[in-house]
Design a protein around this ligand. Structure first.
Ligand code: PMP
Length: 394
């Protein structure tokens, strides 16, 4: 019996993740080297885990306050003051969520009505559009160009805004491109947003994974933009805490109180143990983050050099842990490239079109894996590209 008719149309319309489909294929094969995973390959540092263990020994195993432990919100506030020089009050401007993922969903649900439009620069992280569409709102893709370094330009933003535009999603450092925007570039976007009364939903979960001596820039820091920005972040990436499910959302109290209502009635609170782990990480984890960032940077430099040797053009990734080279020169589509690479060389990457139509012609390679794996994967990619470049010229 077909029971799909019972699903609400917005749910039925959501397409299964291309990434998932692809990795189901890879999982059936033996000896695959994967550059597919968007997750730190480091375990949560032991000192953070011990703080969680101590809290459990002290019997702190019940619900936390709905918006999160005050001590954690204070630690987040102090962290954001250090990172951005902005003040977010722990009492009414920060809610601790179940990962950045819940923060994205709850923000959409608090803001969006059917008919609202949300601009999503592409290539983009895969969760935003489904979260927008589930609210009955419209996700409007805004393609960005490799020639602009996959950065949204003020002209592209201006051209995409309509009277229905409620918000734009920004995600820098970016998943999947690894690109970062400078403060001046974000300030230029802010000027357009303020002129049109459009909010920014800014996912800054990779803020600390940034290289080449750059410091993190945020749309929230642009003049007049803090109140117009819903800042989303979390501990998954920079503190290697994906499994603990701790994220957070920061906003003007009027907006945050709406997000909080949704959080309160759908999730109650994030994991209490996870919150104790996060407090330790945020307060005392800087050296661990620096150690991980140094290792990601070593791998980044290696993979950038290898892609240059292989002849795959690449926008220089300066943040997160992804490289997004062009494979257009092989004459294959991204899906063909990734499927054949997997079959022929047992190397798994993610086809760029998984991140929106403008990702076609690119592949996402995560370097959140060992140097040994990266080196092996690059050898496979090199053999594969040489074979196919040869065929292209025939
Ligand atoms: N935003 C981006 C850009 C991400 O890449 C991820 C995880 N892949 C998330 C949010 C969600 O992270 P989490 O829910 O684990 O905190």
């Amino acid at each position: 019996m077909n029971m799909q008719k019972y699903l609400k149309p917005q749910v039925a319309a959501i397409q299964p993740s291309v990434i998932r489909k692809f990795f189901d294929l890879a999982a059936k094969m033996e000896g695959v080297v994967s550059l597919g995973i968007g997750e730190p390959d480091f375990s949560t540092p032991l000192a953070f885990c011990e703080a969680g263990w101590r809290s459990m020994q002290q019997g702190k195993t019940g619900y936390s306050p709905n918006p999160g432990l005050l001590e954690l919100r204070q630690a987040i506030s102090a962290y954001l003051q250090r990172l951005l020089g902005l003040t977010y009050r722990p009492e009414d401007q920060i809610v601790v969520t179940v990962g950045g993922s819940e923060a994205i969903d709850a923000t959409c649900r608090a803001l969006l009505c059917p008919g609202d439009e949300v601009l999503i620069p592409e290539p983009t992280f895969v969760s935003y559009a489904p979260c927008v569409e589930l609210c009955g709102a419209t996700a409007v893709p805004v393609p960005t160009d490799a020639a602009d370094g996959f950065k949204l330009t003020p002209q592209q933003l201006e051209a995409a805004i309509t009277p229905k535009t409620k918000a734009v999603v920004l995600n820098f450092p970016s998943n999947p491109t690894g690109v970062v925007m400078s403060q001046a570039e974000l300030d230029a976007l802010a000027e357009v947003l303020l002129r049109h009364d459009v909010l920014a939903i800014s996912d800054e979960i990779y803020a600390e994974l940034i290289y080449d001596g750059l410091s993190h820039a945020s749309i929230a820091k642009a003049p007049g933009m803090q109140d117009m920005t819903i800042l989303i972040s979390g501990c998954s990436k920079s503190l290697a805490m994906t499994g603990w499910r701790i994220g957070y959302v920061c906003a003007h109290p009027d907006i945050l109180s709406g997000i909080y209502k949704i959080h309160q009635f759908s999730l109650s609170c994030a994991s209490t143990t996870g919150q104790y782990v996060a407090i330790e990480g945020l307060q005392n984890g800087q050296a661990e983050t620096r150690r991980m960032v140094a290792e990601y940077d070593r791998r980044r430099q290696f993979i950038v050099r290898r892609f240059a040797e292989i002849g795959l053009p690449l926008c220089k990734p300066q943040g997160a842990f992804y490289a997004f080279p062009s494979i257009a020169g092989t004459g294959l589509s991204s899906t063909q490239f990734c499927e054949q690479l997997l079959q022929e060389e047992k190397v798994a990457c993610v086809p760029g079109n998984a991140f929106g139509a403008s990702g076609e012609g690119f592949i996402r390679c995560s370097y959140a894996t060992s140097m040994e794996n990266i080196a092996k994967a690059c050898e496979g990619i090199e053999r594969f590209v040489n074979r196919h470049a040869g065929r292209c010229g025939e």
